[in-house]
Design a protein around this ligand. Structure first.
Ligand code: HCA
Ligand code: CU
Length: 382
């Protein structure tokens, strides 16, 4: 069974300029919970007093979802996370020799000891805590280092190993693909008789985050990270709506997910992050189910699936037809039917003409303006 981890409140807040007040964090978490998200990564408590309080407040809020804190591999981070009473703890530390040497002045052996020590410490303080260990930049680090750190982490009490594609490096079908990576990681750990759950955390630097996450899932990853609008460092990570819709529509998962809540969630996050939803954003964008050119509209009004591979009802949306310079007679007929207006063929052509001329000015006619156009045409017969 796949589990979804939403990290809008942690990774998403690492988007330049994005900050959610604690009452907004609560509102976001509430909708994530209603949708059926399994784990809400609520923040990194060490960053600020406000984030510490937000994580603490969300933990006390009795959501169905697990509430997670993010922590470096340091005792002070673990203590603060434990004080928040979270039931999920994500601990990360890099394992590449060059980064360890240059940034932390450490060798792999002492890094691995430190990872094992903090995990054992956290598990000892709260045996019910679900612990995830992430070798940061997993996929570009030496595989043997990832294995050494993961074995130590699991033996110390980690339940989940997360494969982080921290820089969006993986590409399906190439030598560096997540399907092979997750398969190899699982096999190698299994050979040591260790069977932690595998998570995937995919960044979108080259636009492959969702494809990589699906690749990892197909190879047996059981936890997938995502965020609303894919918010996160640089180009962000996997978009939550696209992930959920793919898993439900194409992999027949998540039958209890309430995907019709997604537009409300995206509206909330967009509003308070100040990040607009692009009109052509899949699933949620204003135009995601809107048909424009006359040829398309002609076929789509007969059956939307002629030009859609998804049913918008899946996310509580409807098909729509745009009225502009590309419109055809079918577009106007579709719109007039919505307004319960009947006209003869001559009038229909006049209305179409008027709509097209407005469209050529770069404007879209909405249904209420169409009503005014009909009115005007009726009062000014040719
Ligand atoms: C970070 C990096 C991270 C960590 C992921 C994780 C990544 O912002 O700390 O802890 O699972 O992409 O590697 O987001
Ligand atoms: Cu990340």
């Amino acid at each position: 069974m796949v589990r979804i981890l939403d990290t809008t409140l942690r990774e998403g807040e690492q988007t330049p300029g994005v900050y959610f007040d604690n009452h907004i964090k609560l509102a976001i978490a509430d909708i994530l919970d209603e949708i059926g998200i399994d784990i809400i990564e609520a923040g990194h408590p060490v960053v600020s007093k406000e984030i510490f309080e937000a994580v603490q407040q969300l933990s006390a809020h009795n959501l169905k979802a697990s509430i997670g804190a993010h922590a470096r591999s340091l005792k002070q981070d673990i203590d603060l996370a434990l004080e928040c009473n979270v039931n999920f703890l994500g601990i990360f530390f890099c394992v590449s020799d060059s980064r360890l040497n240059h940034v932390f002045k450490k060798d792999l052996g002492s890094a691995v000891d430190q990872i094992a020590e903090v995990i054992a410490y956290a598990k000892n303080k709260n045996p019910d805590l679900v612990i995830r260990y992430t070798p940061e930049d997993t996929v570009r680090s030496p595989f043997s280092n990832v294995i050494e750190a993961s074995l130590a982490a699991v033996q110390a009490g980690a339940d989940i190993i997360s494969v982080a594609d921290t820089t969006g490096f993986m590409i399906p079908g190439t030598e560096h693909n997540l399907y092979d990576y997750v398969s190899r990681l699982k096999e190698t750990l299994a050979a040591h008789n260790l069977f932690p759950k595998i998570a995937v955390h995919c960044h979108n630097d080259r636009g492959y985050a969702l494809a990589n996450a699906i690749d990892g899932f197909r190879a047996g990853a059981e936890i997938i990270d995502a965020s609303v609008l894919g918010l996160g460092e640089r180009a962000g990570i996997v978009d939550l709506a696209q992930l959920l819709v793919s898993l439900k529509n194409d992999f027949n998962l998540g039958n209890t997910w309430r995907l019709e809540k997604l537009p409300e969630l995206y509206g909330l996050v967009s509003n308070y992050s100040g990040i607009p939803i692009p009109v052509n954003f899949p699933i949620i964008g204003k135009n995601a189910f809107t048909h424009c050119a006359g040829v398309h509209t002609h076929a789509a009004v007969k059956n939307p699936l002629h030009y859609q591979s998804l049913d918008p009802a899946l996310v509580g949306r409807d098909m729509h037809v745009s009225l502009d310079h590309m419109s055809g007679l079918s577009s106007i007929e579709w719109a007039l039917e919505k307004l319960s207006i009947q006209v003869d063929k001559t009038m229909l052509l006049r209305i179409l003409d008027q709509v097209k001329s407005i469209g050529r000015k770069g404007r879209i006619v909405d249904l209420s303006e169409l009503g005014h156009i009909v009115d005007w045409c009726r009062k000014h017969p040719v």
